[in-house]
Write a protein that binds this ligand. Structure first.
Ligand SMILES: *Cc1c(COP(=O)(O)O)cnc(C)c1O
Length: 413
């Protein structure tokens, strides 16, 4: 499928790939697709080839590319005020935080920009709560995290990552974290000490390949945290905001965390917007001057974030994701034994394990791109599928049909 190639500085995909490879740090290894234009679930490359975006910017594009409501909110705000700094109030932040807090069932929001900043903020928040409210001795605050976690790329966050790529050669590392097997409630229980202030958990581990914990894990964790006066911090940066068919992945399990970190889709794919949400008994430990960000809570970000919240308030996108979950699972499970050895689906989010004997996840993604579907491999042989929540059943079928065709061709060698 080719359309008119969008106008740009260079004329071929190869030219942009060569240029980017030459002048950027090699901290990514992108598929050879150069996106020039995007709308909804579709992206177009420099040469006019069209692809379905089945990655959605790691769920930063839950509402698709350039959702009209979000673009309108951004445009409108561009004509009013874009940055004030928090030295002053702005007329966008209050309404945004009021409605975001209501959406996730919390009393207060601390706005930041990127996901890693939200996680850093949550770490500072729970430590301070530990010292001031729980009575933990100075510098003894302890946080339990999960093996296989992904919470971002700052030095403190990579200190407790067990992914050698993310972690190695970035020391010295920040102390104060214990990692336990994901989904193992007994291991969490055994790791809790009197100094434990929080358990930091992804309700579903996205980067790890959409790993879903056992059903009893999150409810059990909730109970344990309450019993031991430990804050449950759910990192919903990738799992939240509709992806799983519920506003928050925790809600799918009927669980309410004490602290949520939000990001990615909160910025509507337009600007980076992240947030920490908590009740005021916890958030109250943050006082003027003790934490901040030049860009956090800026009016442009707040206007876009507010428009995102309004899209989620109707429940329409969550419902759509929940409705398509069954089809998605059925279509992917039909590929078991055809080159697929594992399938995990929640809402419009899937981890598909490719038979490593057949090909790597990266090879599968390259072949998928050749069939007009953009997806991303993770951890060797897994592909992650997370199309925009606005995808139609027909487009969803195009993704799974393309995967079926790729596997069939690979099996036939
Ligand atoms: C992406 C992600 C982050 C980090 O977000 P950035 O915006 O890339 O800093 C943190 N936690 C989870 C669960 C994520 O998926």
């Amino acid at each position: 499928m080719t359309a008119t190639a969008p106008a740009g500085e260079l004329t071929s995909n190869a030219a942009y790939i060569e240029l980017e490879d030459r002048v950027t740090a090699h901290n990514y290894s992108p598929l050879p697709v150069v996106v020039a234009q995007a709308e909804g679930v579709w992206v177009t490359d420099v040469e006019g080839n069209r692809y379905i975006d089945a990655l959605s910017g790691y769920s930063a594009l839950n509402f698709g590319h350039r959702h009209p409501d979000l673009v309108a909110a951004a445009r409108d705000q561009l004509d009013r005020a874009t940055l004030t700094s928090r030295a002053f109030f702005n007329d966008q932040l209050g309404p945004f935080c009021r409605d975001l807090a209501a959406l996730v069932g919390k009393e207060a929001i601390l706005p930041m920009n990127t996901g890693a900043e939200a996680v850093e903020t949550a770490i500072k928040l729970v430590r301070k709560w530990g010292y001031q409210q729980k009575g933990v001795a100075a510098d003894q605050a302890h946080i339990i995290v999960m093996d296989g976690n992904f919470h971002g790329r700052t030095t403190t966050i990579v200190s407790f990552s067990d992914d050698p790529d993310a972690h190695d050669d970035y020391g010295p590392y920040t102390p104060g974290f214990t990692s336990v097997p994901y989904g193992d409630l007994a291991a969490v229980e055994a790791a809790v000490t009197d100094n434990t202030v929080a358990v930091l958990v992804e309700p579903i581990q996205g980067e790890q390949g959409v790993q879903i914990p056992p059903e009893s894990f999150l409810p059990g964790l909730r109970e344990l945290c309450t019993e031991r006066n430990v804050l449950m911090v759910a990192d919903e940066i990738q799992s939240g905001l509709g992806r799983t068919g519920t506003t928050l992945a925790c809600a799918y399990e009927g669980v309410e965390a004490d602290v949520y970190t939000l990001g990615k889709a909160l910025g509507g794919g337009i600007v980076p917007v992240s947030a920490v949400a908590a009740d005021t008994d916890v958030m109250g430990v943050i006082t003027p001057g003790t934490h901040g960000s030049t860009f956090g809570g800026n009016p442009l970000a707040a206007a876009v974030g507010h428009a995102v919240v309004k899209l989620l308030e109707t429940g329409e996108h969550q419902r759509h994701a929940a409705e398509l979950e069954g089809d998605f699972r059925e279509q992917l499970e039909a590929l078991q034994g055809q080159g697929v050895v594992g399938v995990r689906v929640r809402g419009l989010w899937a981890g598909v394990d490719i038979d490593p004997g057949l090909m790597t996840g990266k090879q599968a993604c390259k072949l998928l791109a050749g069939k007009g579907v953009l997806a991303k491999d993770t951890h060797g042989s897994t592909i992650r599928l997370a199309p925009p929540l606005t995808i139609t059943p027909t487009e969803l079928r195009q993704i799974t049909d393309a995967l079926a065709a790729v596997l069939q061709e690979a099996r036939q060698g």
